[in-house]
Design a protein around this ligand. Structure first.
Ligand code: F6P
Length: 320
């Protein structure tokens, strides 16, 4: 293994830079030439590769986003696009590829591995935490901390005005961010796509809390369940609450990575290079019970990550 290329793809997340730094410096320590690919698969198709030295990754571990930049490539979803990408890898004599990204990006990596025989290792990088095979993906912890800071801030103004706030968080079809931030933020209710919700039951509970002297209510809405604005209208009309909506949006994707994300990205980055060098391919590096493990792509894509039912139970008990 002489030349390894790396790319970041799909939605960016805090910690991608820490992963890039770790991959490049681990490569250098093993006398492997690292090549950064700009703008994910789009850049790969366009041949945007450049050789990376230690100085290219200096002073980036604390920065959110990705210095390699990212993209959602429509062309890579076509066979013609992937054929070009593989040609670029061959032309540049790339022996192994590391892909840092979410579900869609790792699906692309799996196709390169299965259909083209590219030696590829994936790293889970997505705030959604919807990837099977890893307890935490890179970026999740930072996003949760960002969300929590917002919930705490909104709490102040909500309490002053006896208001009911609906806070919409990201996560695509996964309710992980919503559930965890609802528990940690002391929310009255959480709406997530994985479980049916009972609006009337929530309204009853909130009314009771107000009668008991509570001066605010927070409802966390996962984007995958619908728009917080639509739910807000329902809660306002049926519940008669003074309702306000906050959609957190892309603020959740940026910012300085937490220590958890920096260490996770660093550990997974090193492990990805070591995996390629030892002959592994078609695997994702994941974190399971604090240990870094190799998870075959077929296991990653053959399973669905589930919400921990105990956490659902805790959220329900604590919001009563
Ligand atoms: O997958 C990460 C994510 O931030 C999702 O939570 C969200 O639904 C989506 O990406 C937003 O994508 P974009 O940045 O392309 O609007």
């Amino acid at each position: 293994m002489k030349r390894i290329a790396l790319l970041t793809s799909g939605g960016d997340c805090p910690g991608m830079n820490a992963a890039i730094r770790s991959i490049v410096r681990t490569c250098l320590s093993m006398n492997i030439q690292a090549f950064g690919v700009e703008q994910g698969y789009k850049g790969l198709i366009e041949g945007k590769l450049f050789s990376m030295e230690s100085k290219n990754v200096a002073n980036i571990i604390q920065r959110g986003g990705t210095i390699l930049r990212s993209a959602r490539s429509e062309q890579f979803k076509t066979k013609q696009g992937r054929d070009i990408a593989v040609e670029v890898l061959k032309k540049n004599k790339i022996d192994g590829l590391i892909v840092v990204g979410g579900d869609g990006s790792l699906t692309g990596a799996n196709i390169l591995y299965k259909d083209y025989g590219v030696k590829v290792v994936g790293l889970p990088g997505s705030i959604d935490n919807d990837i099977y095979g890893t307890d935490m993906a890179i970026g999740v912890d930072t996003a949760l901390n960002t969300i929590l800071k917002c919930i705490d801030t909104i709490n102040d103004t909500a309490s002053s005005h006896d208001r009911t706030f609906l806070i919409e968080v990201m996560g695509r079809n996964c309710g992980y961010l919503a559930l965890m931030s609802a528990i940690a933020g002391g929310a009255e209710a959480v709406l997530i796509p994985e479980i049916p919700y009972d609006i009337e039951g929530i309204i009853k509970k909130i009314k009771k809390r107000y009668e008991e002297g509570k001066t605010r209510s927070i409802i966390v809405v996962a984007e995958g369940v619908g728009s917080a604005y639509d739910f807000g209208k329902v809660f306002g009309m049926i519940g008669g609450f003074d309702t306000r909506i906050t959609v957190l949006g892309h603020i959740q994707r940026g910012g300085c990575p937490t220590i958890f994300d920096r260490i996770l990205a660093t550990r997974l980055g090193t492990a990805a290079v070591e995996a390629l060098v030892s002959g592994s391919s078609g695997v994702m590096m994941g974190l399971q019970k604090t240990q870094v493990v190799q998870v075959p792509f077929e296991e990653v894509f053959g399973n669905k990550k589930r919400i921990d039912s105990k956490l659902l139970e805790i959220a329900e008990i604590l919001s009563r």
